[in-house]
Write a protein that binds this ligand. Structure first.
Ligand SMILES: *Cc1c(COP(=O)(O)O)cnc(C)c1O
Length: 412
């Protein structure tokens, strides 16, 4: 059954999330399919940042740490994010980058499982997740070992030597979704803890950390949370672990009494011990705007629209580009998929450059994946029709073979 643009226009007219599109500042003529990599700019962010710079910083100066509530912003923003990921308000804090938070929480977790030396993950996990564990392992002189096993073998690999299972809930390349509840239960049965990377989940899926019994999680502020380039990241520590979990980057902002200025480190109670240094206030202020939009939308509506968009996109590619040589590398079943769809093609890089030149922005992941992200708050169904029409035209004319589309940029 083929899909027409009129069908998609009708879906847009019925879309409960349609009004959110006006809250984002998108350039005219652009179809943005990369909100999974860098979320769009919320219109309110510009004014909010101007106020933070002009009033809070410019006029308030150092007084704003108290008067503008800067000092508590990591916890306040963490509490806001907690509602998006099935956590309690005091289980989430905003700090550092996702990479740094992986290091902090993986180290905290292995300290809680003495006698077990393995951190289990999967090959092809997002590189920084694996690299940070390699760095931790080197630092500890091999007392911790990174072991990777293919995703269908993870359950059986959870043996008595495993301290921590580190997985990304939605795979950055394929979009494949892990069963967080089932794998967490399996890890617990084996005596291991879990650390879930929610970089491609938070703001896109109805994540339920406490429903799944998760121990630790981290996630990214600049993807579906629309916090802006290099936005601070968040981390989650289940309440039941908060007294035992001690992270190694023992900076003064995680101290029980930072303004006592004593010489020896004593971790704060609760989630605040997972801070390290002075919070990035302008970054967190921008992130708070992005998050506040999401807290006004129903996550079930976002998930339902995202799944439907993925299904429609796949059908449209098959309908309009059936001879073009694309292979679907994402799960076809929307229940097994996050909020992006990836296609492989040997000329993937050049094809994506040709699409971007036409204003359809996705991205490319080596060696051959074209990635298309669906952000239900600012993308309409008819946009999918227009995007795939451009793709079909590029393939039919061979436009992507032009020299200008072959040159690799630093960021793909
Ligand atoms: C985007 C992403 C990151 C990003 O880490 P940074 O420290 O922000 O660079 C980490 N893990 C996964 C799975 C990601 O998708």
């Amino acid at each position: 059954m083929s899909i027409s643009r009129a069908t998609l226009e009708a879906l847009d007219r019925d879309d409960r999330l349609a009004a959110f599109r006006d809250e984002f500042d998108l350039p005219p003529g652009v179809i943005y399919l990369d909100g999974n990599s860098l979320g769009a700019l919320p219109k309110a962010t510009r004014g909010r940042l101007a106020r933070a710079v002009d009033q809070e910083w410019g006029r308030g100066l150092i007084r704003s740490w108290n008067d503008a509530g800067w000092i508590d912003l990591p916890q306040r923003l963490g509490a806001q994010i907690s509602g998006l990921i099935g956590a309690q308000e005091d289980e989430v804090v905003v700090a550092d980058s996702t990479s740094v938070n992986i290091f902090k929480l993986a180290a905290a977790a292995v300290r809680m499982r003495p006698g077990r030396r393995v951190i289990l993950s999967e090959p092809g996990n997002f590189p920084t997740d694996l690299y940070m564990i390699q760095g931790l392992s080197d630092l500890l002189g091999g007392a911790v070992e990174l072991r990777t096993v293919e995703r269908d073998r993870i359950a059986e690999a959870l043996g008595p030597d495993v301290a921590l299972l580190l997985l990304t809930q939605v795979h950055y390349k394929t979009g494949a979704l892990h069963d967080m509840a089932a794998l967490t239960a399996r890890a617990h049965a084996a005596g291991a803890l879990t650390l879930w990377d929610l970089s491609h989940s938070a703001g896109a899926l109805d994540v339920d950390l406490n429903g799944a019994g998760a121990d630790f999680a981290i996630g990214c502020g600049y993807k579906y949370l629309n916090g802006g380039p290099g936005a601070p990241a968040f981390l989650f520590v289940a309440r039941r672990h908060q007294d035992q979990a001690v992270q190694p980057l023992s900076g003064w902002m995680g101290h029980a009494a930072p303004f006592d200025f004593v010489d020896s480190y004593r971790p704060a109670a609760g989630i605040r011990r997972h801070l390290c240094g002075t919070p990035s206030i302008l970054g967190m202020t921008a992130l708070a705007e992005g998050v506040s939009i999401l807290t006004r939308a129903a996550m079930q509506d976002i998930r339902a629209k995202s799944q439907r968009m993925g299904d429609i996109f796949i059908t449209l590619v098959e309908q309009m580009c059936d001879q073009a040589g694309f292979a679907l590398i994402s799960p076809r079943d929307a229940g097994q998929r996050g909020s992006h769809v990836s296609l492989s093609h040997p000329d993937g890089y050049a094809i994506m450059q040709a699409l971007i030149a036409r204003g359809v922005i996705g991205d490319f992941r080596a060696p051959d994946a074209l990635r298309f992200g669906f952000t239900p708050l600012y993308l309409g169904y008819a946009d999918l029709w227009d995007a795939v029409s451009h793709l079909a035209a590029i393939m039919a004319t061979g436009e992507y073979r032009q020299d200008r589309f072959q040159i690799r940029a630093a960021v793909t």
